[in-house]
Design a protein around this ligand. Structure first.
Ligand code: DGL
Length: 268
């Protein structure tokens, strides 16, 4: 048994989509969220830079005495998860394997779309993870670099997002995908807009739920679950405080973001 909190991080708001599922499936666990808002987006950055940012986020969360870390960012998972697991001894969970598992179990016609940042798509991490499970699945991967800034700007449900969704996704629908993995943790915030663009016949797969269930399994296997019987609390940290974070985060989580603190992440 271990009552310490779980550390969760992303480049910005996106990881909240994973935090929400952790709060749902591991409801008594305390959490510490870090959004690297001063350096978002991670998508276009080099592997080397993402590794540096990821290690800094993990070092910071370790100073907060966390018992496990969730890299709630596909780009950081694709670019830095293996390196982080070598560097640190703390259990670290990423989002790509859980997303690949859900997609390969769901698809009926074996044509799966994967959308993500330029970094995630060019790493081919999803294609490899899905084809390791089932080599017969055709994976059509597409980078959608405008989606992250649209979410961070609080424009997820505006027309401009709908136009971008059609421009990026019409070709996936034309190629017959029966499902699309939301391979960036920001994208579930755009779920309604993306869903309207691709239509009801295409299932949108959010890896967050499977990630939370995987984390639960890891904690159980290592006898690290909390003993608390009350609902867990979350502390929020960002590397730059801006109005949108609190606004979009409270709207998405349907609760107030209390006590948001700034962290000088480059010092870690
Ligand atoms: N939310 C992140 C992801 O899952 C990162 C987006 C970004 O910063 O470009 O990839």
């Amino acid at each position: 048994m271990d009552n310490r909190p779980i550390g969760v991080f992303d480049s910005g708001l996106g990881g909240l989509t994973v935090l929400k599922e952790i709060n749902k499936y591991l409801e008594n666990e305390d959490t510490i969220y870090f959004g690297d808002t001063a350096r978002v987006p991670y998508g276009p950055r080099s592997k080397e830079t993402i590794i540096k940012y990821t290690f800094q986020a993990i070092n910071f969360l370790i100073t907060k005495n966390v018992k496990a870390i969730v890299i709630a960012c596909n780009t950081a998972t694709a670019r830095a998860l293996s390196e982080a697991r070598i560097q640190f001894t703390i259990p670290i969970v990423g989002v790509i394997e859980p997303g690949a598992k859900t997609a390969s179990e769901y698809t009926k016609n074996n044509i799966v779309g994967v959308i993500g940042t330029a970094g995630t798509i060019s790493s081919k991490a999803y294609v490899k993870a899905i084809n390791r499970r089932n080599p017969d699945i055709k994976v059509i991967a597409k980078a959608c670099p405008l989606f992250v800034p649209l979410v961070e700007e609080g424009w997820a449900n505006k027309e401009i997002s709908s136009v971008a969704a059609h421009m990026y996704l019409d070709e996936l629908v034309e190629q017959g995908v029966d499902s699309i993995v939301l391979g960036c943790t920001h994208y579930p915030i755009l779920k309604r807009t993306i869903g309207e663009a691709v239509g009801m016949d295409v299932k949108l797969i959010n890896p967050a739920k499977e990630t939370a269930l995987y984390l639960k399994k890891i904690l159980e296997e290592n006898n690290m679950e909390t003993q608390s019987t009350i609902k867990g609390k979350c502390q929020y940290y960002v590397s730059d405080i801006n109005e949108q974070f609190e606004e979009v985060a409270s709207e998405f989580l349907k609760r107030e973001i209390e006590g948001l603190k700034k962290v000088e992440i480059h010092k870690y």
